[in-house]
Design a protein around this ligand. Structure first.
Ligand code: NDP
Ligand code: 8X3
Length: 252
């Protein structure tokens, strides 16, 4: 049985990935900061799918906590085949000269440093897999910069660059590296970005049929199920109503 390690599994895309891989009989290591959600998922997914699920509660920004959680994995969890670097967020959508600098720090610390810490900490274990695969969640925001996207876009451009760098440097270890770049997906993303302002969050998805977490999870699972010699390097995925960061058509 293979094992997948999913960061940010308490909501949205990460939670959908946990559900999808569980159904496909993978054992799971799921992470996030909200312990009660992790515990609920463990109960639900392990009993429904007859798999093993390990919750790890830590903040990806906290380098010590990340390394300690992963370095202290018990021997039965010392084999991981797939890492899905999904945990991340946008905070605010404000002009460069008006945005809260604390929000910038949180986005860079989570989306960039967090991804780096988790990957470095897990690499010794991943290298032991017969078919190791790292899947990084970027964004269309990491392909084109949009107005007031500034540092969120920069963090996802960094994910794009880091994915390319990993693919080169980890080639000698036979590690597949795939970057998935979704456009608008209806999750808790906008609620987090707009700091709990539900009407503002809802407006993002009004009059379009956005992607769902499950749409992305299915795509990720497809990338993870290809023959050993086939690696999808980079994949941009949007809903039909979205061409890129700028062009959105409304449902007729
Ligand atoms: P959600 O807000 O629904 O989920 C985000 C997940 O990340 C949660 O499980 C959250 O867990 C976790 N997370 C956030 N910060 C931290 C942290 N510091 N430490 C540990 N876990 C953290 O959003 P999505 O599912 O939409 O987002 C998942 C990824 O997809 C993000 O990287 C996002 O940038 C990216 N993305 C999203 C798009 C969208 O339109 N939704 C489009 C393109 C990319 P907890 O709060 O429990 O810690
Ligand atoms: C999330 C998509 O367009 O809100 O990464 O930046 S967008």
């Amino acid at each position: 049985m293979k094992t997948v390690f999913i960061t940010g599994a308490t909501s949205g895309i990460g939670k959908a990935c946990a559900g999808k891989f569980a159904k496909e009989k993978y054992n799971l290591i799921i992470t996030g900061r909200r312990k009660e959600r992790l515990d609920a998922l463990v109960k639900e997914l392990s009993s429904e799918n007859n798999i093993k699920v390990l919750p790890l509660c830590f903040d990806v920004q906290d380098r010590k906590a990340v390394f300690s959680a992963i370095e202290n994995l018990s021997p039965e969890w010392q084999r991981v085949d797939i890492l899905i670097n999904n945990a991340g967020l946008a905070l605010g959508k404000d002009a460069f000269d008006e945005a809260d600098i604390n929000d910038w720090d949180t986005m860079l610390n989570s989306n960039v440093h967090g991804l780096l810490y988790v990957t470095r900490a897990l690499l010794p274990i991943l290298k032991k897999s017969a078919a190791p695969h790292i899947i990084n969640i970027g964004s269309t925001a990491g392909k084109e910069v949009y107005e007031n996207g500034n540092v969120y876009c920069a963090s996802k451009f960094a994910v794009d660059a880091i994915s390319k760098a990993m693919r080169i440097d980890l080639l000698k270890h036979g590690i597949k590296v795939t970057a998935i770049h979704p456009g608008a997906a209806e999750t808790e993303f906008s609620l987090v970005r707009f700091k709990g302002n539900q009407p503002k969050a809802d407006a993002v998805y009004q009059d379009i049929k956005p992607l769902s977490g499950a749409d992305i999870a299915d795509t990720i699972f497809y990338c993870a199920s290809l023959p050993p010699h086939v690696c999808i390097n980079d994949l941009v995925i949007t809903c039909l109503h979205q061409a890129n960061s700028f062009y959105m058509s409304k449902k007729s």
